[in-house]
Ligand binder design. Structure first.
Ligand code: ADP
Ligand code: ZN
Ligand code: ZN
Length: 733
């Protein structure tokens, strides 16, 4: 920029060239000239030329100075949007450093809806104007009637409501009977009302709510765990903090797992605040996302409820972040940039200097230890709201329960369901397995149906008549005969999935109205909402569900929960298997008896002595968590030590193996840090790519990321080879 330019803003970059960060995985920072008549600031969104294309980027700061000015290309265009804030730029760099990615890869997550940066296209509507045309038709008359009675309408609405083609509308415009008017770009969002009446809080709840609202009022960074059994009113409590932020004209971000399925939450929010929040997740249609992005960045979206990706939205005046179900694994992204949205939410809260609330009935070990060390505050709701008792949990030892071969319901579970049904109550059967059977094999030759692209068995989905891979989406029809030996009628289904369980339930309880709730039966959020509404309205007696049925729903008449295979999550035996299984089963169990009707939970297991099962039955949460903690501490595992997974993949097995071995030879090793592996990943083939893993294990005080960066810097990836770093891994597959 030239001297004499009118710009005097302190953050003006103030030079003739600037560095621009592009949303690219590597080599993302480039210098560009700023044309004389163009004004940019740090954070300005700009279009710049790159290799013959025009690319969206963000002005990052002073030029790197590594390109001669005469070779430098010029910025093409500055987008008419408020610049990305300094805090967001810091956040991008912070996440990049922590996850060992380039800032460009992180920026890509911020720029997901780039069209939001262009001025919104005007929305045109039609209203009645002059006289009727000389030639009237019934279709024209319907349009005239429609517009005579009401406000201006958009073309699509007229077409639908008057049942006419768009040529009819055009004819009326040409005749001067109807005229075109411009509507405001996006319909104004209804504002949630902070002073709408919430419920009267119990003493416990009020103490927690006061603490959180005080934090919001004073502002400043603090992280607080809000812990309480399911049904204790955590949501009501943090709604108070949300209301307080709204009173101070701040925006709020609420992160939820499985957001696409949380219609019940949205309805509850709308009931409490008189307006729906803005929703953000990958299934939201693009146009809506564009409007949401804009409304977030200009501050008009007051409360955003979103999946993990909402954390990268450029809020104009954020005042509070809530992470509900903070322990949930779906906050961990494992594609591209591997990050945990719960942890990064705390980072964003620190950079933005605002309070963060983490909520859970079963907090993660990481969070519990942070509370213990005083890094996070802790608030506890001890009781269920309204004094509802916690359910009575019992294990059913399947070794002696007398369940017939090919059946999955034990006699005690059948009895419990029957009792509930007789009393007009409802049941939930939990089995975390989609489809009919997890494995199909040939009785004659032993052939097992495996995915051609993955090291995984194909799962039979009888409902669709297909064998499916749950990893890559491969599917094929169930064959008539064995492809290996040609025998017909020799294929057998092994093990249960929810579809197969439905068959058995229909045999055992012929009059029971049963439905399956899994990601296969939920074609979208609307279907989920409908299913939940029908269960709430008691049009369904028994729900068979995978983990999509485990989350947050509140069903007053649900009194029996049966877990078909409580050992399922413990199979892998990885670092987090016990913690995860305990959390999931605790949550499932928490669905039972949430209102005045006491609940029962039966856990079918072949290993009732397992600490997870024992803790669920005895209710000895503290004992179990103490045991887990000591196990982790003794092994130096997170949160007492640090881990990073390194995943190498490629289409040629030998190349992947060779590079993995080569990398392992130079892996970080020394005081407080070691490299383990390489070994083929448990999922050694995924979507046609061979996979090998290494694991770096370090003491907490070691600069793990620094060591990894230095180690991987010289690595050149050829061909199809890819390398992914997963800091704080959740999955070891
Ligand atoms: P959690 O989030 O801890 O599972 P919720 O906030 O969902 O608990 O509360 C469980 C149920 O109890 C909800 O239906 C909620 O509306 C109700 N509830 C909680 N606290 C109160 C209260 N103080 N007054 C009335 N209803 C309440
Ligand atoms: Zn065969
Ligand atoms: Zn597959």
């Amino acid at each position: 920029m030239r001297a004499g330019d009118a710009i005097t803003r302190p953050d003006d970059v103030g030079s003739e060239s600037v560095s621009v960060l592009l949303p690219l995985p590597i080599h993302a920072l480039y210098d560009y000239l700023v044309p004389e008549d163009v004004h940019v600031f740090p954070g300005s969104y700009v279009m710049v030329p790159l290799g013959g294309r025009s690319v969206l980027g963000v002005v990052w700061g002073a030029p790197l100075g590594d390109v001669a000015p005469e070779k430098m290309k010029a910025i093409l265009e500055v987008k008419p949007a408020p610049p990305l804030s300094a805090v967001m730029r810091d956040f991008v760099e912070w996440v990049a450093r922590y996850t060992v990615n380039s800032p460009g890869a992180v920026l890509r997550m911020v720029l997901r809806v780039s069209e939001a940066l262009d001025p919104p296209r005007p929305r045109l509507a039609y209203r009645r104007a002059g006289d009727l045309p000389p030639r009237m038709t019934p279709a024209r008359q319907r349009v005239v009637d429609l517009l005579d009675d009401g406000p201006p309408l958009e073309k699509a609405d007229i077409v639908r409501e008057a049942g006419v083609g768009s040529s009819v509308i055009k004819g009326l415009v040409d005749a001067g009977t109807v005229e075109i008017v411009e509507l405001p770009a996006a319909p104004r969002l209804a504002l949630p009302d902070p002073d709408a009446q919430g419920p009267v809080l119990s003493d416990d709840q009020a103490v927690a709510a006061d603490d959180l609202t005080a934090q919001v009022k004073t502002g400043g960074f603090a992280t607080t765990l809000l812990e309480g059994v399911t049904g204790s009113g955590k949501t009501e409590v943090y709604f108070e903090a949300v209301a307080e932020a709204l009173r101070h004209d701040k925006q709020v971000l609420v992160l939820l797992p499985e957001i696409a399925l949380s219609a019940q939450f949205l309805r509850r929010f709308a009931e409490r605040f008189g307006a729906e929040p803005v929703v953000w997740h990958s299934d939201v249609p693009r146009k809506k996302r564009r409007d949401a992005w804009r409304a977030v960045s200009d501050g008009s979206a007051r409360v955003v409820v979103g999946a993990r990706s909402a954390l990268f939205l450029p809020f104009a005046k954020l005042g509070l972040i809530v992470v509900d179900e903070e322990h949930d694994g779906s906050f961990k992204q494992e594609d591209g940039v591997c990050y945990n949205a719960r942890d990064m939410a705390v980072v964003r809260g620190r950079l933005e200097d605002l309070p963060v609330i983490l909520c859970s009935a079963t907090p993660s070990m990481e969070t519990l230890v942070n509370v213990e060390l005083g890094r996070y505050g802790g608030l506890t709701l001890a009781e269920r709201h309204g004094g509802a008792a916690l359910p009575d949990v019992a294990a059913v030892d399947m070794r002696s329960a007398g369940t017939a071969r090919g059946h999955w319901l034990s006699p005690p579970l059948v009895d419990a369901i029957q009792t509930a049904l007789d009393a007009g109550e409802q049941g939930l059967l939990f089995l975390n397995r989609r489809g009919y059977a997890p494995l199909t094999l040939c009785r004659t030759c032993g052939h097992r149906f495996a995915c051609p692209n993955c090291s995984a068995w194909l799962v039979e989905h009888r409902h669709f008549g297909r064998l499916q891979c749950h990893h890559c989406g491969f599917s094929g029809p169930v064959p008539e005969s064995c492809p290996a030996c040609g025998s017909t009628d020799s294929l057998v289904a092994c093990g249960p999935g929810v579809e197969r369980l439905l068959e058995e339930v229909e045999q055992c309880f012929p009059d029971c109205r049963t439905e399956v709730m899994s990601s296969d039966t939920l074609a979208g959020p609307d279907v989920a909402q409908e299913l939940i509404a029908r269960f709430e309205a008691r049009e369904i007696d028994l729900l068979i569900g995978t983990q999509v049925a485990a989350k947050g729903h509140h069903f007053p008449m649900l009194t029996v929960v049966g877990v078909i295979d409580a050992d399922l999550g413990l199979e892998g035996g990885d670092l987090r298997a016990m913690e995860r299984t305990w959390q999931l089963l605790h949550q499932v169990a928490g669905r039972a008896g949430r209102a005045e009707h006491p609940g029962r939970v039966l856990l079918q297991t072949y290993d009732p002595e397992n600490p997870v099962l024992a803790a669920l039955v005895s209710g000895d949460r503290d004992g179990f968590l103490g045991y887990l903690k000591e196990q982790r501490r003794a092994a130096g595992m997170p949160p007492f030590g640090r881990l990073a997974g390194i995943i190498l993949s490629g289409t040629r097995e030998g190349d992947v193996r060779d590079l993995a071995r080569e990398l392992a030879r130079h892996g970080p090793r020394g005081d407080g840090i070691q490299t383990l592996g390489p070994a083929p990943a448990p999922l050694s083939l995924l979507r046609g790519r061979y996979r090998w893993r290494l694991l770096v294990h370090a003491r907490r005080d070691v600069d793990l990321q620094g060591a990894i960066r230095a180690w991987l810097k010289p690595v050149k990836l050829r061909g199809t080879m890819r390398l992914q770093v997963d800091i704080d891994p959740y999955s070891f597959l």
